[in-house]
Write a protein that binds this ligand. Sequence first.
Ligand SMILES: [Zn+2]
Ligand SMILES: [Zn+2]
Length: 168
Amino acid sequence: MIASTHLTVGAAVGVLSYRYVLKTDSIWGIGWVVAAGIVSHFLLDMIPHSEEELYRPSGAEQWMPIILSLELGLTFLAIYFCGAKSWSANYQNTCLMAGMMGGALPDMPHVVINTLKVNWQWLQTIDQVNVFFHTSAHVNSLWWGFTPQVLITALSLTVLCFFKIGLI
Ligand SMILES: [Zn+2]
Ligand SMILES: [Zn+2]
């Protein structure tokens, strides 16, 4: 799945965990939230989807860094405006960040291996776990490949907005 989907779902999982599972501030809660974010990553990757058309338009590899950077910038802004609860540090924001990190974590070995061109065995092993959970069904239709990801991203941002302004 595209980075926006993993990050926004992770952030929403973090806030939901805080409100419904942890309820109080605790250092152990952060570990719980990171783990929940990682689980959300694997569950999302099981849904048939496609990210190739966004990251490698017409099969070209060279646009990937700029497209990903733009996407990440927009995603962080969207999560910040939808989810960050006031300027001061608070536990809900901490959980949001922890969930977001957990959601991104399983894709990190892949990014490190490709950008730094390293070949470390332990990174490869973690990457294999990510690949294991990733669906092998590649959706060829641009519409069906992207619609679920866009909808899930929009839904997660909506959840963040509701919890930020305290409607839930
Ligand atoms: Zn994928
Ligand atoms: Zn993944």
